[in-house]
Design a protein around this ligand. Structure first.
Ligand code: NI
Ligand code: MN
Length: 225
């Protein structure tokens, strides 16, 4: 599984010859101006919730690539109206194909589209391929529901928000990593805008003190898991 960070909460995942994009928000991200969305390949687009900083580029990428949007019922309906392909899930449900599976799990957050319309309940995903599972938390606070995740999958790594203000910050993310029983954390949702600016050296140090690894990828760079 190869994971590329496209800034904010957007990742590209390449596995078994297919391309998955998570929460595309590139054209609106001042830190990701060097990423050309026209160059991104996508077979599937996973959307955690309806906020603009997670869905802005969904329609454009889905139309160009023909990718299938996987998200909650309301978000998929929203995009089906725009003549793109989608697969409905809701919490507890799993999408499976021969290359991977994606289970939609709880998040503690909100989910409305930019015009205020309802975006269902927010979530995250457990993505599994080749006996390798990662947890993509989406925007969320830490929650006791995270203790269910190790019952579903043994995680190789987890993508957690760490920017505080709209999601958990570093302190909660460390607790979350205990709950999900995973010490390899890829941070996201930080330093995109002033309200979510954090000190990354301090964040890494706090994880290190708990014998955990916080991986903060440069925008456009990749990690192989
Ligand atoms: Ni959000
Ligand atoms: Mn967000």
């Amino acid at each position: 599984m190869n994971i590329t960070f496209y800034g904010h909460a957007c990742f590209g995942i390449e596995v078994n010859g297919i391309h998955i994009i998570v929460d595309p928000f590139i054209t609106g991200n001042p830190k990701a101006s060097h990423i050309d969305i026209a160059s991104l390949e996508a077979d599937y687009i996973l959307v955690t919730h309806a906020h603009q900083d997670h869905v802005l580029d969904v329609e454009e990428i889905a139309k160009r690539t023909g990718a299938i949007i996987i998200s909650n019922y309301e978000i998929v309906n929203h995009f089906l109206d725009k003549d793109v392909k989608g697969h409905h899930l809701n919490h507890g449900g799993t999408f499976s194909c021969k290359e991977f599976s994606a289970k939609y799990v709880n998040a503690i957050h909100t989910s409305s589209f930019a015009d205020g319309s309802y975006g269902g309940q927010p979530g995250g995903f457990i993505l599994t391929a080749n006996n390798n599972s990662i947890y993509i938390a989406g925007d969320t606070a830490v929650s006791f529901d995270m203790k269910l995740i190790p019952l579903f999958a043994t995680l190789t790594a987890a993508i957690l928000p760490i920017g505080d203000t709209f999601t958990m910050g570093v302190e909660e993310a460390i607790i979350a990593s205990d709950f999900i029983e995973c010490n390899k954390i890829i941070g996201c949702h930080f330093n995109t805008f002033p309200p979510i600016e954090i000190n990354i050296d301090d964040a890494k140090q706090q994880f290190k003190l708990k014998s955990k690894e916080l991986i903060l990828l440069e925008i456009g760079s990749s990690i192989e898991l």
